[in-house]
Design a protein around this ligand. Structure first.
Ligand SMILES: Cc1cc2nc3c(=O)[nH]c(=O)nc-3n(C[C@H](O)[C@H](O)[C@H](O)COP(=O)(O)OP(=O)(O)OC[C@H]3O[C@@H](n4cnc5c(N)ncnc54)[C@H](O)[C@@H]3O)c2cc1C
Length: 380
C-alpha cells in the first residue's frame, strides 16, 4: 500500500499548530475546535474523497485514512470533523446531478459543513430499522417529526444527513426508510431543536428534536424507501476511516509511553529498563501493527470495488481494541502522571474509548462475523 509520505508530513505540520494545550483548553470548556476544523477545511483535507470535478482532491480511501491517522497520531482529535469525509459518499453515490452540483463544491471548499449524521434514536439504538422519526410528504415538502440522539457536531454543521421513516414498518425491515440532506440553517428553531449532551470526552454530541420540521421535497436523496441501503453502503468507508483514527491513537500512546519509559528514572534506572514496563507497551504495539494491516487491507478491497464488509468490521474492532490496549499501557507507564491533565494521556484515554461503542459496538461486529462470515444463525 502506498505510504502517502507527503500527505503525512503536511498533516503533521498543520497539527503542530494545535498542541496539547489547545485541546486541553477546549476539553475543559467542552468547546468545539473551530480553528482546527477550519484549518483542515481550508487546506482541503476534509475534501480528500470528493472528486476533482466537484472541487475536491479525489483521493483514494487509503489517503483519507492516512490523513485521519496522522491527526490522531499528533494528539489532535479528528472526531470533531471526520464525518465530513465519509458522509458526502451518500450524496455522491445516490444524490441527483443537481444535488451534487449544488452541494459538493460548497462542501469541498468548506463553505458548507456536512458534519451531522442523524441515524441513532433513543428507543431503537443499534436496531436502526426500528427507528421512529417520520417524514411525511406534503406537496413540495416533507414534514419531519421525531428525535435523534448522539447526533454529533449538529451545532457546528450546516447540513445533516438524516435517516427517517417515509412508509410504515412492515414487510422487509430495511424498507420504508429514506435519507434526506437537511439544510439545518433553514430550520433551526423552526422545527429543529438541538440540545448538547455532556459526555466523558469533548465530542460536541447532541440530541435533536424534530417538531413538524418542514423541508423541501428536493432534500430527498435517491429514491424514497431505499435510504437504509444508501446508509449501509457508506458504512464500510466509515469503519475503515475510524479504524485508521484508532491506529493513529495507538501510535500516539505508544510513542508517549516509550518516551516516558526511557526518561523516567525510579530506583536509579529508567523504568523502561524493566520488562514489566516494556512488555505491555510492546504487546500493544504488536496488536496495533496487526490491526493496521487489516485497516489497509480493508481499504485496498474498498478501493478495488470489492466486498469489504467483513474486513472493514474487523479492522474497526481490532484497531479500537489496539488503541485501547495502548491507552491502558500508557496510563500504567505514566503512573500517577497518567492522570494529570497536562500529559494529555487521560484526555486521549477518554477519547479513544468511544470507538469500541460508536459508530458500531464490538458485539454487533462479532455478530456480523458470526452470521455473515462463519455461517452461524442470526442472533437478533
Ligand atoms: C459520543 C458519541 C457520538 C456518537 N455520534 C453519533 C452520530 O453522529 N450519529 C449517530 O447516528 N449516532 C452516533 N452515536 C451513536 C452510536 O452509534 C451508538 O451509541 C452505538 O451504535 C450503540 O448504540 P446504542 O448506544 O443505542 O446502544 P444499544 O443499541 O442500546 O446497545 C447497548 C449495548 O448492548 C449491546 N447489544 C445490543 N444489541 C445486541 C445484540 N443483539 N447482541 C449483542 N449485544 C447487543 C451493544 O453492543 C451495546 O454494548 C454516537 C454515540 C456516542 C456515544
Amino acid at each position: 500500500m502506498e505510504n502517502f509520505a507527503e500527505i503525512r508530513e503536511e498533516v503533521r505540520k498543520l497539527c503542530a499548530d494545535y498542541p496539547g494545550a489547545y485541546w486541553r483548553a477546549l476539553d475543559r470548556e467542552s468547546a468545539y475546535p473551530t480553528e482546527f476544523v477550519r484549518a483542515l477545511g481550508e487546506n482541503g483535507w476534509l475534501a480528500a474523497l470528493i472528486p476533482e470535478e466537484y472541487g475536491g482532491s479525489g483521493l483514494p480511501l487509503s489517503a483519507a485514512a492516512v490523513i485521519l491517522e496522522e491527526i490522531q497520531r499528533a494528539g489532535c482529535n479528528g472526531g470533531a470533523c471526520h464525518a465530513q469525509m465519509y458522509m458526502m459518499g451518500a450524496l455522491l453515490r445516490h444524490g441527483s446531478a443537481e444535488q451534487k452540483r449544488e452541494y459538493l463544491p460548497q462542501i469541498a471548499s468548506g463553505v458548507l459543513r456536512l458534519q451531522a449524521f442523524g441515524v441513532t434514536e433513543p428507543t431503537s439504538g443499534t436496531d436502526t430499522t426500528a427507528l421512529k422519526t417520520t417524514a411525511r410528504r406534503e406537496g413540495d415538502s416533507y414534514i419531519v417529526n421525531g428525535q435523534k440522539i448522539w447526533t454529533s457536531r449538529a451545532e457546528h454543521s450546516d447540513l445533516m444527513l438524516l435517516l427517517a421513516r417515509t412508509a410504515p414498518a412492515g414487510g422487509k425491515r430495511t424498507d420504508g426508510l429514506s435519507v434526506f440532506l437537511v439544510d439545518m440553517r433553514a430550520v433551526k428553531e423552526n422545527g429543529l431543536t438541538i440540545r448538547p449532551i455532556r459526555t466523558m470526552m469533548n465530542h460536541a454530541t447532541t440530541e435533536v428534536f424534530f417538531d413538524n420540521m418542514r423541508i423541501p421535497a428536493s432534500s430527498l436523496i435517491g429514491e424514497e424507501g431505499k435510504g437504509f441501503r444508501y446508509i449501509l453502503s457508506g458504512m464500510n468507508a466509515e469503519r475503515i476511516l475510524i479504524a485508521a483514527e484508532c491506529i493513529g491513537d495507538a501510535k500516539w500512546f505508544t510513542e508517549k509511553s516509550t518516551a516516558y519509559a526511557r526518561e523516567r528514572v525510579v530506583f536509579g534506572r529508567p523504568i523502561g529498563q524493566n520488562q514489566g514496563v516494556q512488555f505491555p507497551i510492546a504487546k500493544a504495539y504488536a496488536r496495533m501493527r496487526a490491526a493496521e494491516l487489516m485497516v489497509y487491507h480493508a481499504a485496498a478491497l474498498f478501493e478495488a470495488g470489492q466486498d469489504c464488509g467483513a474486513e472493514a468490521n474487523m479492522a474497526k474492532m481490532l484497531a479500537a481494541e489496539a488503541s485501547w490496549e495502548a491507552a491502558e499501557a500508557c496510563v500504567q507507564t505514566h503512573g500517577g502522571f497518567g492522570f494529570a491533565e497536562e500529559y494529555d494521556v487521560e484526555r486521549k484515554f477518554r477519547e479513544t474509548r468511544l470507538y469500541q461503542v460508536a459508530p458500531i459496538s464490538t458485539n454487533l461486529i462479532l455478530s456480523y462475523l458470526a452470521e455473515h462470515v462463519l455461517g452461524m444463525p442470526r442472533s437478533y
